[in-house]
Design a protein around this ligand. Structure first.
Ligand code: UD1
Ligand code: UDP
Length: 353
């Protein structure tokens, strides 16, 4: 079978790595990199360190408005599908690259495989919510990471080929966390002690694009005592510079460029708590059993909320500070599978060979 896989943003490289490793044992896979993320440390670094095969096509779409970016991808992916005639088109998650890939294929009657199907925040103001609803509704094969995701699809009357295989990000963490211990020296470089700092990431549009929200978040950071490490997403760096917020005014804050996957795993597992609005990092915090504070009002990953393993605080300064101080002792469960999601996805299609 021939798979055409469309990826383009940081979390998609990480999700694709374990699935491609399994899929390519039996099948042909062609990669289209849309170029949604393009800085070296948002893209190339993952291909190098996770040994992801080089993209066969690179669309170089870069950054622009949602409509323009998605339309540029759509136009180019359509041409590639016509040229390559794949049996399936594979997409991950909920970015504009996901939607463009799924839409181009569905219109050409190529069955769409959606990995990380069925997630919902029930907040349609999030661009990701629109992308994932649209993608799920035009997909033929829907691989869900959790039981909740299956239920969400059933509630929308989606009934075709839904499989709960577990989370491919869990596969990635299990595969790479031992590698990470031997291969990264980021903690030494930054002078960090184990469990001696908070790890921060912020990039969600609802936080960065609302000046009041980002100001509240920075105010909270300035009131958190102790060392904080922040690998800053380019979107957030740009916003802070545009609205004139200087992070030098926040004491004990180490701001660094985005890091590779092995470094972030090391930073996550050694942190005393993680403060984030990332979808992927909420889950990684759970897999690595590090308490998480999420700068959002909702989460798609509701399992992580059990026992306060993850606490939703939005952008309210007092809520952020109370959640940071709260002592928690969650009993972490295997809601996200056993690290074999990629094997299960590949095996599903092996039966169809
Ligand atoms: C995108 C996804 C989001 C995902 C995130 C992962 C959509 C709608 N959003 O958000 O779901 O959580 O990726 O990180 O698809 N930029 C650079 N260099 C880069 C990439 C981006 O400077 O390599 C800057 C540009 O100023 C750009 C901004 O970041 O305008 C936002 O990038 P974009 O890909 O549009 O959205 P993300 O916030 O990265
Ligand atoms: N990540 C990374 N380096 C960083 C920050 C994040 O490798 O500096 C990884 C992170 O561990 C996770 C993925 O990128 O696997 C999450 O991506 P992001 O937070 O950008 O997007 P989201 O998951 O919210 O869509």
């Amino acid at each position: 079978m021939k798979f055409l896989t469309v990826i383009g943003a940081r979390p998609q490289f990480i999700k694709a790595a374990p699935v491609s490793r399994e899929l390519r044992k039996t099948h042909e896979e062609i990669y289209v990199h849309t170029g949604q993320h393009y800085d070296k440390n948002m893209s190339d670094i993952f291909f190098e360190e996770l040994k992801i095969p080089k993209p066969d096509y690179h669309l170089n779409v870069g950054s622009s408005s949602h409509g323009k970016q998605t339309a540029n991808m759509l136009e180019e992916i359509e041409k590639i599908i016509i040229e390559e005639k794949p049996d399936y088109l594979l997409v991950y998650g909920d970015t504009n690259s996901t939607l463009a890939g799924a839409l181009a294929a569905a219109k050409l009657h190529i069955p769409v495989i959606h990995v990380e199907a069925g997630l919902r925040s029930f907040n349609k103001k999030m661009p990701e919510e629109i992308n994932r609803i649209m993608t799920d509704h035009i997909s033929e094969y829907l691989f869900c990471p959790t039981h909740t995701a299956v239920k969400n699809l059933e509630n929308e009357n989606i009934t075709r080929n839904i499989l709960n295989v577990g989370d491919v990000m869990c596969d990635a963490v299990l595969y790479n966390s031992t590698l990470s211990e031997g291969k990264t020296s980021i903690s030494d470089k930054l002078g960090l002690e184990r469990k001696g700092y908070y790890l921060i990431t912020v990039h969600r549009a609802e936080n960065t694009d609302e000046p009041e929200n980002i100001r509240n978040i920075i105010e909270a950071f300035s009131k958190i005592e102790g060392k904080k490490v922040w690998p800053i997403h380019p979107r957030t760096r740009n916003v802070l510079s545009n609205i004139g917020i200087d992070l030098n005014s926040v004491s004990d804050l180490i701001v660094i460029d985005p890091v590779g996957y092995l470094d972030i795993l090391a930073l996550e597992s050694n942190a005393k708590k993680i403060i984030t609005d990332s979808g992927g990092i909420q889950k990684e915090a759970y897999f690595l059993q590090v308490p998480c504070v999420t700068l959002r009002e909702q989460t798609e990953w509701i399992e992580t909320l059990e026992d306060n393993a993850n606490i939703l605080v939005g952008t309210d300064v007092d809520k952020i500070l109370s959640a940071i101080k709260l002592e928690v002792a969650p009993s972490y469960k295997d809601y996200f599978g056993d690290g074999k999601a990629s094997v299960k996805i590949a095996e599903y299609f092996n039966k169809e060979v």
